[in-house]
Design a protein around this ligand. Structure first.
Ligand SMILES: *[C@@H]1O[C@H](CO)[C@@H](O)[C@H](O)[C@H]1NC(C)=O
Ligand SMILES: *[C@@H]1O[C@H](CO)[C@@H](O)[C@H](O)[C@H]1NC(C)=O
Ligand SMILES: *[C@@H]1O[C@H](CO)[C@@H](O)[C@H](O)[C@H]1NC(C)=O
Ligand SMILES: *[C@@H]1O[C@H](CO)[C@@H](O)[C@H](O)[C@H]1NC(C)=O
Ligand SMILES: *[C@@H]1O[C@H](CO)[C@@H](O)[C@H](O)[C@H]1NC(C)=O
Ligand SMILES: *[C@@H]1O[C@H](CO)[C@@H](O)[C@H](O)[C@H]1NC(C)=O
Ligand SMILES: *[C@@H]1O[C@H](CO)[C@@H](O)[C@H](O)[C@H]1NC(C)=O
Ligand SMILES: *[C@@H]1O[C@H](CO)[C@@H](O)[C@H](O)[C@H]1NC(C)=O
Ligand SMILES: *[C@@H]1O[C@H](CO)[C@@H](O)[C@H](O)[C@H]1NC(C)=O
Length: 896
């Protein structure tokens, strides 16, 4: 009984098999005839380690092996796609690929998702001449694509995606004239796209995405009139999008995203009438979208232009494409307002992403078309209308009654740069709700009052801010819809953008610099890194990158405000700015070939040896005078006096002729003219500006500049670099040793401190001596006793007068001091410096040791305390105070 069962089953199976075989034969299938092909299949079978049930060894391959297709007894198709190896087979996957060479009639080989490690053999092209389909996606194939594949003249489908193919794309593939699908995506292919591909007229799908292809898109691509899908994304393609691809009238799906394509979108693209999907995201595309582009795309459903440098506004025609379902234009520089509802927009689109642009104005019903909307990081204003019930993201805008919006200053800045008025979040016009805190009422009241005070202040500024010379923008207009002269005015900041040079785009800056890599870095300053570059017009520039993460947010605004009011030949020219980026702002200055004083005082003349050549005295004096002119202009010639706040050798920039252009202007601040204005200023101070020190009188604020300038003069005389950049103890010590050697009655004494590398004629010693005396008078420990900048300038212009008049007729000088001549002023302070020195020293030391920040210290200037926080500048007066009384190491002059 027991034996009976299996026999019965076997018999049943046999009958079934017979029936099956018969049915196959009825359909015209023949058993495999060629022994060579059988052998080849068996070799392949054993190398692949397939499971027995798939390719049963004792059956005829043509009749019963899965995935084997035959015609008239020969194998024409192998499909092992999705097969699984036995456990042993998958332990060390192999493939007897050479056996394929005997399957000469093979038309289709599909091994997708089946591991066939190894290379594609060179002989494929010769031996498999009938091949029409080769699908090796995800087969762990490595190596290069063999040149000989170009001999597979019947090939219509070539899919080699998701492998680890390397090398270039052989141009021989352009001989595959029947090719309809070419998919080489997700490999490691390099090189460029062969221009000869233009001959593949039957191509309908071309996917070469996710490789390392470089170079440009060949113009001939436009000839592929049957192309429906073109995916070149995630490569390193450069240069522009050729207008010729507009000839692809059948193209449905275009993806060129994540490359380095520059240029603007050519109008020629509108030839792609069938386009449904357009993805150009993450390139460096610039320029505006042509108005006539979108009306051509009547079937467009999916548009992704995100993360480029596109500017201008989005053409209204885009919004009216009725098939539109998905729009992503985020991360560009698009600006403009949303179109109003009157569009023929009908279909409801799924998603709109307009985030990270510079769109402004109110929210319009067009948004009702989209189910999901992201408008974050723009400048939209007004209220949220009720039709936007959809999922809408509005953060970082200027919208009323929504959390996480931009600050009033940012909104005001933006709207005034467009020549528009920002509505102040509508706050003053709204009665504060009952729930609201007392604090918010006060805030609202203050903000309302700010508007009024602002107007007052602005009027005041308009009256006052006319510098006596070199002042470019006397007529700055008030806030309001005045498109020609956009004036920014938010509390504490007032900027006329028209006088600030060109508004560069970030891509333009990238072009100018190459990359913000180390190569173009000039120096790292405390207000930002300086890079050298060349703008499109060929002008060399310095670009300061201000990272708002590391620098106080308002500092660049103060610098811009300053430049918008002031221009002078002694200030470094601001050529433009780029404020597009959220966290990094860029200021563009004229390039200074001789950098700055700290790097030019000693120069390497011969790159081969280390010998340094130091600047001659004539040039040093010229630099001193130039810097004094600049500072004198700031201190005295503007209706609103300015304090430089960062006077040191590295702030004294030098052009090709060693003419001084003052730089490092980020700490410049206007200071209060009278108490009335200072009250207004203090009242209006924004959080960022409130970090400035308490206001003091005019003389004491500029006095800090003068103190620092004195150190610069000493650097010029002594060649001791770094004195003006620091206030630490060693500098204090050095000053204590050096200053005593500057004596109005003893010329020779100064030779002890003169720069040993300075070769000067004996005649010039008197000039050097004079400059040293001026320097010492600037370093008077009492700020109020330091000479005024205009007197210092006069003294430097006539150095011999400084010493000779004092020398020859000191008595006369004493009497003239009351007349207020420059000389008198200088020596007035000099005498004070001598007579008060001991007393001052005693006083300062005691107050410093007492630890209190004395009023005197505060009175160093509004810019002073700001700088000291950042740079570790002097915090105690004792540190800027030279050790007094004098202790020059030669015997003191008897007369003194
Ligand atoms: C192809 O078939 C011939 C004859 O059967 C045989 O000699 C040869 O080894 C085969 N080649 C391969 C690569 O299997
Ligand atoms: C089928 O193959 C045989 C020999 O293998 C050949 O004689 C015959 O012509 C072939 N028929 C067709 C239709 O190809
Ligand atoms: C190839 O084989 C797989 C799995 O057997 C099957 O799903 C697929 O349809 C086959 N493809 C072709 C083109 O024969
Ligand atoms: C290869 O087989 C897979 C099924 O596993 C199929 O999806 C694919 O389209 C086939 N390739 C070609 C080129 O027909
Ligand atoms: C075809 O094969 C021959 C060698 O047999 C080779 O010289 C030629 O370059 C190949 N042609 C293409 C287009 O690959
Ligand atoms: C591709 O091949 C290279 C070298 O042959 C290897 O370093 C790399 O890891 C491979 N990548 C993948 C994804 O297999
Ligand atoms: C292809 O495009 C170019 C430029 O857009 C145009 O001049 C040319 O006529 C077009 N060729 C065809 C065949 O449409
Ligand atoms: C709006 O859609 C309806 C049908 O959904 C269609 O009949 C009508 O023509 C469309 N109108 C416009 C202006 O596209
Ligand atoms: C602000 O929003 C809250 C809820 O989000 C709403 O209740 C309130 O009326 C709004 N106020 C104004 C003035 O729009």
């Amino acid at each position: 009984m027991d034996r009976c069962k299996p026999t019965a089953v076997a018999a049943l199976l046999f009958v079934l098999a017979l029936l099956f075989e018969q049915s196959c034969q009825q359909q015209g299938a023949l058993p495999l005839t060629s022994p060579a092909e059988r052998l080849a299949l068996i070799r392949i079978r054993s190398s692949l380690g397939l499971r027995a049930k798939e390719w049963p060894i004792k059956s005829d391959p043509c009749l019963s092996w899965r995935g084997i297709g035959c015609r008239n007894g020969t194998v024409i198709q192998i499909n092992i796609s999705g097969f699984k190896r036995t456990r042993i087979g998958s332990h060390k996957p192999q493939f007897a690929v050479h056996a394929l060479a005997n399957l000469t009639h093979l038309e289709s080989f599909n091994a997708s998702f089946f591991a066939l490690p190894g290379k594609i053999p060179d002989w494929f092209g010769q031996k498999l001449g009938s091949l029409q389909v080769l699908d090796l996606r995800s087969c762990f194939v490595v190596g290069a694509i063999p040149w000989n594949l170009g001999n597979l003249s019947s090939l219509s489908t070539l899919i080699l995606s998701r492998n680890n193919l390397t090398g270039t794309i052989p141009s021989s593939l352009s001989y595959l004239l029947k090719l309809s699908i070419l998919d080489l995506s997700q490999n490691s292919l390099t090189g460029s796209i062969p221009p000869s591909f233009a001959s593949l007229h039957d191509l309908s799908i071309m996917d070469i995405s996710s490789n390392y292809l470089s170079g440009s898109i060949p113009l001939g691509i436009g000839n592929l009139s049957n192309l429906q899908q073109m995916n070149f994304s995630r490569n390193k393609l450069t240069s522009s999008i050729p207008a010729q691809i507009g000839n692809l009238t059948s193209l449905v799906d275009l993806d060129l995203s994540s490359n380095h394509l520059r240029s603007s979108l050519p109008l020629g693209l509108r030839g792609m009438r069938s386009l449904q999907k357009m993805v150009l995201a993450s390139n460096v595309l610039v320029g505006v979208l042509p108005d006539d582009l979108f009306p051509a795309f009547t079937r467009l459903e999916f548009v992704d232009l995100s993360q480029n440098g596109l500017v201008g506004s989005i053409p209204n025609a885009l919004w009216s494409i009725s098939s539109l379902r998905f729009v992503d234009v985020s991360g560009n520089k698009f600006t403009g307002t949303l179109p109003n509802n009157s569009l023929s927009a009908n279909a409801t689109a799924a998603a709109l992403n307009l985030s990270n642009n510079m769109y402004y104005g109110g929210l319009t019903p067009i948004l009702g078309r989209f189910r999901s909307v992201d408008l974050s990081n723009n400048y939209f204003e007004g209220k949220v209308p009720d039709y936007t019930e959809s999922n809408i993201s509005l953060s970082t805008n200027c919208i009323q009654n929504v959390t996480k919006q931009r600050t009033l200053a940012e909104c005001t800045l933006f709207y005034s740069s467009k020549g528009l008025t920002f509505d102040n979040f509508g706050i003053p016009s709204e009665a504060p709700s009952r729930k609201s805190h007392k604090r918010t009422i006060i805030l609202a009241a203050v903000l309302g009052g700010v508007g009024l005070l602002l107007l007052l202040l602005l009027l005041l500024l308009l009256l006052l801010c006319t510098c006596k010379r070199g002042f470019t923008n006397q007529r700055s207009n008030g806030v309001g819809p005045i498109p020609t002269t956009a004036v920014l005015s938010s509390p504490g900041v007032s900027i006329n953008f028209l006088s600030l040079g060109e508004a560069f785009t970030y891509p333009q800056l990238l072009l100018a610099i190459g990359d913000f890599g180390g190569g173009s870095l000039i120096k790292q300053g405390h207000s930002g890194d300086l890079f050298k570059g060349t703008v499109e017009s060929g002008i060399p520039v310095m670009i300061k990158r201000i990272s708002l993460n590391s620098v106080k947010k308002g500092s660049y605004l103060h610098e811009l405000e300053f430049f918008s009011k002031v221009s002078h030949p002694r200030l470094v020219p601001l050529l433009g700015h780029c404020l597009e980026n959220e966290n990094e702002k860029y200021l563009v200055y004229k390039y200074m070939p001789n950098r700055d004083l700290s790097s030019s005082l000693f120069r390497k003349t011969n790159p081969d040896d280390d010998s340094l050549q130091s600047l001659d005295w004539i040039t040093r004096l010229k630099i001193a005078i130039g810097a004094a002119e600049g500072l004198s202009y700031l201190h005295h010639e503007c209706a609103i006096p300015f304090v430089h706040g960062d006077v040191q050798a590295s702030s004294i920039l030098l052009d090709d002729k060693f003419e001084v252009r003052l730089g490092s202007l980020s700490e410049v601040c206007a200071h209060e003219v009278d108490t009335h204005q200072s009250v207004i200023n203090r009242f209006l101070q924004l959080p960022q500006t409130s970090e400035r020190g308490p206001s003091g009188s005019q003389t004491s604020t500029s006095a800090y500049d003068i103190f620092c300038f004195g150190k610069v003069l000493l650097e010029l005389v002594t060649g001791k670099l770094g004195i003006s950049a620091s206030n630490d103890l060693s500098v204090k010590d050095w000053l204590g040793q050096t200053l005593p050697c500057i004596n109005t009655n003893n010329k020779e004494l100064v030779t002890k401190i003169v720069d040993p590398s300075l070769i000067y004629h004996e005649d010039l010693l008197e000039e050097i001596w004079a400059v040293a005396i001026v320097a010492r008078s600037c370093l008077n420990p009492k700020p109020s006793r330091r000479p005024l900048m205009r007197h210092i300038l006069k003294a430097l212009e006539n150095p011999l007068k400084v010493v000779r008049e004092e020398d020859t007729d000191s008595a006369r000088l004493r009497t003239t001091s009351s007349r207020g001549s420059w000389n008198a002023a200088l020596f007035g302070s000099w005498r004070h410096s001598l007579s008060d020195a001991a007393a001052a020293a005693a006083h300062m030391t005691s107050s410093a040791t007492a630890g209190g920040t004395s009023d005197r210290l505060k009175s160093l200037g509004t810019c002073y305390s700001e700088g000291s926080e950042q740079n570790g500048r002097v915090d105690r007066l004792s540190e800027i105070l030279p050790e007094l009384p004098d202790a020059c190491d030669i015997e003191r002059d008897d007369k003194d």
